[in-house]
Design a protein around this ligand. Structure first.
Ligand SMILES: Nc1ncnc2c1ncn2[C@@H]1O[C@H](COP(=O)(O)OP(=O)(O)OP(=O)(O)O)[C@@H](O)[C@H]1O
Ligand SMILES: [Mg+2]
Length: 321
């Protein structure tokens, strides 16, 4: 059983224009609309693969109702809490040259009270399961509390023990604070830029990533997957390090590939697959998402085919303490 959590879902609109001129009237076609949210995308991916998925989070106002309605058509169960405010809109304008302009609202605030309700909902859900679920905490939250995810991790570990695997796809201060604590997530998936920000070093290649896998911040995180877009990924699983090599593909839209990757990992862990098979699923899902126009969507046929094209190169550790 997989539970994914999204604390700031959005109603996404993409407008296509010939040109976009600042300070002028820009006419465009009607937008393509879709629900956005990292945990929702990861949950959709895992559900398409055949996982039993519940996705939860918070929704607010009229937009929240719209999102709730859309989510009812999805291949997962939902458990969204209604809170005060308005779920956010995220608007993208794409011109002929593929320049992308984005306007993203803050979304409803996660107050201390909401924080507690979310935690209780996760705990209630975990209690109802026969086996410990995989819990994926994904995406940003509009909160003044930079320790929100750290606190969730502490509480979840305290109440549910180590049998429940907690995955996070978060960045910035929240990730830093999570990793600076003694209770670590089971899995993290920063992309190369997020990893670079985390350790405060300019990283541009997989070699740079590999050379920094001994960073103290990653210590005791059992499974680290640093995704590198079209270059695949680098993985650290306990004492093993893998260069995860993917074939070149003709992408259509890579947005949400990281979310799909997390969905693939959640599915594979829930199935108790080996680390090698898990990495293959993770990459195949990211790639399959990049082959679709839709964000956070994979095709099971593409995943099955791509999975066999992933090359895993285990790397001898260059650093011994
Ligand atoms: N251009 C691409 N070509 C092939 N595969 C890709 C491409 N971009 C992404 N992928 C696949 O998806 C995985 C995750 O992509 P990426 O590193 O871009 O994640 P991300 O930046 O977290 O994405 P997002 O936050 O938009 O979901 C990659 O490791 C790879 O397997
Ligand atoms: Mg990402």
């Amino acid at each position: 059983m997989i539970l994914t959590v999204t604390l700031n879902p959005s109603m996404d609109s993409i407008y296509f224009t010939d040109t976009f001129v600042l300070g002028a009237m820009n006419r465009c076609s009607n937008p393509i609309k879709a629900v956005g949210g990292k945990g929702i995308n990861a949950g959709r991916t895992a559900a398409i693969l055949g996982g039993k998925v519940t996705t939860m989070g918070v929704l607010a106002g009229k937009n929240g109702e719209l999102i709730r309605h859309e989510l009812e058509q999805e291949p997962f169960k939902t458990k969204f809490i209604s809170i005060f405010g308005e779920s956010r809109n995220a608007v993208t304008v794409m011109d002929r040259e593929k320049n992308q302009t984005e306007i993203v609202e803050l979304g409803p605030e996660i107050t201390a009270d909401t924080e507690k309700i979310i935690l209780d909902t996760i705990l209630d859900f975990a209690d109802e399961q026969n086996e410990g679920p995989i819990i994926a905490l994904c995406g940003s939250a509009n909160t003044k509390n930079d320790y929100l995810y750290q606190e969730y991790l502490l509480q979840l570990r305290d109440k549910l023990g180590t049998k429940v695997k907690i995955l996070t796809d978060i960045s910035g201060k929240q990730l830093k604070n999570v990793l600076n604590n003694s209770v670590k997530p089971y899995f993290i998936k920063p992309n190369i830029q997020e990893f670079s920000d985390l350790i405060d070093l300019p990283l541009t290649s997989k070699i740079d990533v590999i050379n920094n896998l001994n960073h103290p911040m990653l210590k005791e995180v059992p499974f680290v997957l640093i995704s590198c877009g079209g270059d695949g990924a680098v993985a650290k699983y306990h004492d093993q390090i893998f260069d995860v090599i993917i074939p070149t593909i003709d992408i259509i839209n890579p947005t949400g590939s990281g979310d799909a990757t997390v969905g693939g990992v959640a599915f594979a862990l829930d199935q108790n697959f080996s680390i090698e098979e898990t990495l293959r699923y993770a990459m195949a899902c990211g790639m399959s998402n990049a082959l679709e126009q839709a964000v956070g969507y994979v095709s099971i046929e593409n995943v099955e085919t791509l999975k066999n094209q992933i090359i895993l190169k285990e790397i001898e550790q260059m650093f011994h303490v």
